[in-house]
Every structure is written in structure tokens, then in C-alpha cells.
Design a binder for this molecule. Structure first.
Ligand code: XMP
Length: 508
């Protein structure tokens, strides 16, 4: 078959020969030549978008939300996992203050288990006031009532305490006692549990063993949710998966220990320069204490950096020095590698550890490029910024309308780099008048306002639809197939853009 290779040298062929082509290049330097499409519907519910996040964790969708304190806390991580990706809870909590991060992980792990193994519990003697406070704090609508070593005594639901004076009385006075409850004996399968709940018209089903000891709780809401989310990222117990970031010094091992106790699925050692003596020490100490915990490390931007981390036994590697939206590393240090070149070079480091393409993705199409050139998943920060699920308040700012002599109030949220002065200040818990000392730390991030928008869910759905369209244009049936086809013959796809064709393609 005749092939046209446009401006790219016909000498280079095959993925191995792209080094010259990608040198100095990033996403907007290329466009991909359309191929004969072989799929009839560009439908994310049908097209296989599965990928490896790490050596032991597979995702149905290649999306990971960035461990930034203005992007990923429990609400974002829950939606990401429900939609088939993964959220990484940031480490933007004060040194030594480990519990808030652990709580975020717990919220995700408890969100949607089909069997809640460790439901929030009170005793019959707990005061109603304390029980209600626990419901408010945890947002759990049902508390199990246990005595001694988890002997089931009853259930207390929001409805049981709705119109009563909660300053008086104990849980025993309002709970539904175990004699009046429908319970499941032993480890029921989901189907059996669902049938029992429908037959007996109950929405909660505590599971007990033959001695009446609580084994877990199944709720109708969780069953329905499970059925509606066929792509969700779950652990072997049916709980949503979540990751959490730690540093490489200070409280990092203690933090990891508590996160592991909360059943975190993956720990990310995240520092600005991951190819470093600091990282080597951190990984060695981590692996000594946690030989079997899934570990991601980064960031690096070179093949040497990837080999360095892979040799130390990490399960995935974050690639990206300086491409991120909230990042000023390249401006302040003149170090970094253009992200597409970095992904290509890191992907060629000859090992089997998956790469996470982290940062610099500003348009949906760039996600595909990141996945073709080396990433197995992409980590997104700015693209999810401003959504309902991000942490932080909405502030109303006056914006002057162009061509009109009036201003309107527009809702904004903050997106800030994790190495920005503001984020560092929050982590260190310093006062405003200590800013002079902060300057000496050498901030490598900025803070920007981004328009507040609705839920992140439609944004994820849009990204996935566009990824399916890319697969269709690329002549493949699945993401994995397109990656293989591209690797076999990249020149069939790649068009390097000139200044004017870049404008024609990406400037609107
Ligand atoms: P995007 O482009 O998706 O990038 O917003 C998210 C990634 O940016 C990185 N990041 C930073 N890099 N200084 C940096 O050099 C910072 O302050 C900073 N904050 C975030 C990080 O890798 C994130 O996942």
C-alpha cells in the first residue's frame, strides 16, 4: 500500500525511530492522520478503554485525577472511581496532621461497598445526641448497634431519630431491635441478598454469623449503585479504589502506615524531582516497611529517571516535569522536558512498569497523544478544576464584560500548584507575615482562578466520548488496539505541524 509521510522523514519508521521526530515536541506539535474507521458506534459503553494503571491495578478508563489540594479529595475520588478511573488524594495536609487525609480515604472506601464490612457502630447505651452527631459527621444514614465484640443488637436510622428530642435518651430507646430486623445468615452473595431484601421489603440487611456476631451490612442503595456503574474501579471486596500521595521526608512513613490501615489501594510518593537521592531513600524505607503495597513514584521526565524508579520496585511511574497548568518549574529553573518527548523517552526505558502521563493536557485530543506516546493513563488537574467535586469555596468575582461598560459577578474556584506559595503556606501552617521565609523555599507553582462549573461527571463522559471518536478515526476497535497500531507504524498517523497548521488545528 502506498504511504504518504508528509513532513516527517520517511527514513524514520516504527516507534523506535521517532526520537528525532519528537525532540522538543509536545502535544500541539502533531496531529494524526485519519484512517479507515471500522466501528459503527463511538460509544464508551461498548468500546474497550481498559488500561494498566500500575502493575497490579487495571482501570476501565485511563483517567486519574491529580493529587492536588484544589482537585482531589473524597468527592472527586469517588466520582473518578465510579466512572472507571482513579483519584489520588493529595498530601496537602500539614506535616504530622495525618488524620484528615486518612478520613478522605475512608470516605471513598466506605462509599460504595456492596457489603460494608465495618459499618459505623454505636452501643445501646450510646446517647442519642452522640449517635446523631456521628450520623452528621460521617453522613451515614444508618448506624448498627452492637454490644461487646460486635454482637448485633439493632439498627438506628435517620428516620428513628428524626422527630425526637435527641438531648435525652439512649440508642436503645429508639433503635429497631435485632428481633424485629431481617438479617442475612453468613456471607450471602449479592443476588441472594437482593432477593431477600425485595421479598422482605427492607432496605438494609445486616449479615450475622450463627452466634449473632455482625459480619457486615448490605444496603439497597449500594446494590443499585453497583448495578448502575459497570465500569467502576473496585477492590476485591467491591469497594471503590482510591490512592493517596505522601512526601519523601517528614511524616511520610507514618502517614503511609495510617493510609494503609484505612485500606488505601495505592500510595504515591510524589515529589517535584523524583530522580533523586531523596527519592531513593524514601522508596527503600517504604519498601522495607510495606513490601506488598502498590507504590507509584514520581515525577521524572527521562528514561534514566524511569529506570531508577523501576529498579527500586515501584508499580507505576508519574512522568512530567513542568508541563502542569499550575506549574512554574520551567520558568523558574529552566529544567524540564517537553511532555510528548518525555513520554516517548520514558516509554522507551525498556521495562514493564506503566507510566502515568502527568500534566500539560489542556484539550481532550491531547489525552490520546499522551496514551499513544508512552502513558498508559493520564493524570489531569486543570481539566477537572472548578468542578463541584473539587475542594474549596466558590467565590463571586466581578468580571468586566468586553464591549459593554458593565461588570457581572461570575463564580470562580481556585486552582493552585502544589508547590505554590499558597499551598506551601497551608501545609506549613504559617501566618501571613512570615511570607518572607516562604519566598526562600522557592515556589514552583501558581494560583489561578477558574470559572466554577457543575459536576465533573459530564466532563469525564465528554472526554470518554472523544477518546472513542479518536479510536474510530484511528481505524481501531479499542484503545489497546490503537496503541498497538500506532506503535507498529507511527508514521502512518503522525503529521508534524507547521506554525500556520498549528494555528489552523488548535487555535480557536
Ligand atoms: P495539569 O496540566 O493537568 O497538571 O493541571 C497537573 C499536574 O501538575 C503538577 N503540579 C505542579 N508542578 N509545581 C509543579 O512543578 C506545582 O506547584 C504543581 N502543582 C501541580 C502535578 O504533577 C499535577 O498532577
Amino acid at each position: 500500500m502506498e504511504r504518504h509521510y508528509d513532513s516527517i522523514s520517511a527514513m524514520a519508521s516504527g516507534f523506535d525511530a521517532l526520537a528525532d521526530v519528537v525532540r522538543g515536541a509536545t502535544f500541539d506539535d502533531f496531529i494524526l492522520r485519519p484512517q479507515y474507521s471500522v466501528i459503527e458506534r463511538r460509544d464508551p459503553s461498548v468500546i474497550d478503554l481498559s488500561c494498566r494503571f500500575s502493575t497490579n491495578i487495571t482501570l476501565q478508563r485511563p483517567l486519574v485525577s491529580a493529587n492536588m489540594d484544589t482537585v482531589t479529595r473524597a468527592p472527586m475520588a469517588i466520582v473518578q472511581a465510579e466512572e472507571g478511573g482513579l483519584g489520588i488524594i493529595d498530601r496537602g495536609f500539614r506535616n504530622g496532621d495525618i488524620e484528615p487525609q486518612v478520613r478522605e480515604v475512608e470516605k471513598v472506601k466506605r462509599m460504595q461497598h456492596v457489603i460494608i464490612r465495618d459499618p459505623y457502630a454505636v452501643t445501646p447505651q450510646t446517647s442519642l445526641a452522640d449517635a446523631v452527631a456521628m450520623m452528621r459527621r460521617t453522613r451515614a444514614g444508618t448506624l448498627v448497634v452492637v454490644e461487646g465484640p460486635r454482637r448485633l443488637m439493632g439498627l438506628l436510622t435517620e428516620r428513628d431519630v428524626r422527630f425526637v428530642n435527641t438531648r435525652e435518651g439512649t440508642v436503645a430507646s429508639r433503635m429497631t431491635p435485632v428481633e424485629s430486623l431481617v438479617t442475612g445468615l453468613g456471607e450471602l452473595t449479592l443476588d441472594v441478598a437482593e432477593r431477600l431484601m425485595v421479598e422482605r421489603k427492607v432496605k438494609k440487611l445486616p449479615l450475622v454469623d450463627k452466634n449473632g456476631t455482625l459480619l457486615g451490612l448490605i444496603t439497597a442503595k449500594d446494590i443499585t449503585r453497583q448495578e448502575r456503574l459497570p465500569f467502576a474501579t473496585r477492590d476485591s471486596h467491591g469497594r471503590l479504589r482510591v490512592g493517596a500521595a505522601i512526601g519523601a521526608t517528614g511524616d511520610y512513613l507514618e502517614r503511609a502506615e495510617e493510609l494503609v490501615k484505612a485500606h488505601v489501594d495505592v500510595i504515591v510518593i510524589d515529589i517535584a524531582h523524583g530522580h533523586s537521592v531523596v527519592m531513593a531513600k524514601a522508596i527503600d524505607a517504604f519498601r522495607k516497611q510495606f513490601p506488598n503495597i502498590e507504590l507509584v513514584a514520581g515525577n521524572v521526565a527521562t528514561a534514566d529517571g524511569v529506570r531508577f524508579l523501576a529498579e527500586r520496585g515501584v508499580n507505576a511511574i508519574k512522568v512530567g516535569i513542568g508541563p502542569g497548568g499550575g506549574c512554574t518549574t520551567r520558568l523558574t529553573t529552566s529544567f524540564g522536558v517537553p511532555q510528548l518527548q518525555a513520554l516517548y523517552e520514558c516509554g522507551r526505558a525498556k521495562n514493564d512498569v506503566p507510566l502515568i502521563a502527568d500534566g500539560g493536557i489542556k484539550r481532550h485530543g491531547a489525552i490520546l497523544e499522551a496514551l499513544l506516546f508512552g502513558g498508559e493513563t493520564v493524570m489531569l488537574g486543570s481539566m477537572f478544576a472548578g468542578t463541584e467535586e473539587t475542594p474549596g469555596d466558590v467565590v463571586q468575582k466581578s468580571v468586566v464584560l468586553p464591549d459593554q461598560q458593565r461588570s457581572v459577578k461570575v463564580p470562580f474556584k481556585v486552582l493552585r500548584g502544589m508547590a505554590s506559595i499558597q499551598a506551601i503556606r497551608d501545609r506549613l501552617d504559617v501566618e501571613d507575615d512570615e511570607v518572607v521565609d516562604l519566598e526562600a523555599i522557592g515556589a514552583e507553582g501558581t494560583e489561578v482562578s477558574v470559572p466554577a462549573r457543575g459536576s465533573v461527571r459530564p466532563i469525564i463522559h465528554d472526554i470518554l466520548k472523544h477518546l472513542c471518536s479518536s479510536i474510530s478515526y484511528g481505524g481501531a476497535k479499542s484503545l489497546a488496539e490503537l496503541r498497538n497500531m500506532f506503535r507498529d507504524d507511527p508514521m502512518k498517523y503522525l503529521v508534524k505541524l507547521s506554525g500556520s497548521s498549528k494555528k489552523e488545528s488548535y487555535e480557536r
